[in-house]
Ligand binder design. Structure first.
Ligand SMILES: O=C(O)CCC(=O)C(=O)O
Ligand SMILES: [Fe+2]
Length: 326
């Protein structure tokens, strides 16, 4: 048995409702990335270190592609439960469908959602058929590739600032290798059950940090609820609500990158709260791309603040702490 990861001990302390506090939400413009990389790297680094989170504009994924991915996501979740249940989550592989199965160490209660995870090498038997959902597989794989490209641009900036080669993280997340374990997660938070209206102790997604290097979160205007808390401010329990916009990507630094940077890049706590009684009570959809280093890659930081661990072992410990049911 491995000793409990520090990240899990931290997370277990974050279940309280806490308070709301405004923080600057910096929007980093990725236009003309090749020519402006050094400037963008400085802006990303400063936002990650000063504020703790940031959003991306002009990231190269056109709105039509994002909207198509969301439409497919809605259609997938609208399939009969028996159909989705034929493609169940394979916990060790981060692939497949689950419903109300994720229990966060912070809350101890299941998130009020269903999710479907796409991890390229492990999708055998997990796609709905073309008859059940035409064009789903092709649309979602194309979107995954677009998200990967943006994530690698951002990570190349962090690599430069950390003194690594610009392609350090791109090689660590190589989709051509069998150990690829980056994941596109489709999320559907259920419409609020009228009996639970105003139950602010019930979480659509309980407070957590992500297990990965970097998360790109795509949200839809009007479907709010995401709140962020930079890791460096965790003791304040003062959360910042993010207003969703279709054309922006909200980014979280995850725990793999925190380790890899000897804590220079702090991971963010985040959560999705239930709507307040005066807010929209309908369903909420989001798409999250998790850049998780390939299994065989060792997470070894320059200053050696953490003991080296393979990305495979690291991810499994975190997943096991969230999905006892599987
Ligand atoms: O849906 C969201 O906005 C957040 C999802 C999330 O944090 C996660 O799945 O890790
Ligand atoms: Fe998350």
């Amino acid at each position: 048995m491995n000793p409990m990861l520090d990240e899990l001990k931290r997370e277990a302390r974050m279940g309280a409702v806490g308070t709301e506090r405004p923080r600057e939400v910096r929007v980093i413009d990725l236009a003309n990335f090749e020519q402006r990389q050094a400037e963008i790297a400085d802006q990303l680094w400063d936002a990650a270190v000063d504020v703790g989170f940031f959003q991306l504009a002009n990231h190269g994924i056109d709105l039509a592609a994002t909207r198509e991915a969301f439409e497919m996501t809605e259609r997938f979740f609208a399939l009969p439960a028996e159909t989705k249940a034929r493609h169940p989550l394979k916990k060790g592989l981060n692939a497949g469908w689950e419903s109300r199965a994720q229990v966060r160490p912070s809350t101890g209660t299941p998130d009020q959602k269903e999710s479907y995870q796409i991890t390229r090498p492990h999708m055998a038997g997990l796609w709905p058929s073309e008859a059940e959902l035409p064009q789903f597989q092709a649309t979602m794989l194309a979107f995954e590739a677009k998200a990967w490209t943006v994530a690698m641009q951002v990570l190349s900036c962090f690599a430069l600032k950390l003194g690594f080669a610009a392609d350090f993280f791109t090689r660590a997340h190589d989709p051509a290798r069998p150990g690829y374990q980056s994941t596109l997660r489709l999320l559907h938070y259920f419409a609020v059950d009228p009996a639970q209206r105003a139950n602010m102790g019930l979480w659509r997604a309980g407070a957590h940090t992500d297990f990965d290097c970097l998360t790109l979160l795509f949200q839809r205007a009007g479907q709010g609820g995401l709140q962020l808390l930079p890791g460096k401010d965790m003791d304040s329990q003062a959360w910042t609500s993010i207003t969703p916009a279709d054309e922006l990507i909200t980014c979280n630094i995850g725990d793999m990158l925190m380790r890899w940077s000897d804590d220079q890049l702090p991971s963010n706590f985040h959560r999705v709260r239930n709507p307040t009684p005066d807010e929209y009570q309908g369903p909420r959809y989001s798409l999250a791309f998790f850049a998780q280093a390939n299994r065989d890659v060792m997470i070894e930081s320059p200053a050696g603040k953490y003991a080296p661990i393979s990305a495979e072992d690291y991810l499994q410990q975190r997943v096991n702490a969230n999905f006892a049911k599987y």
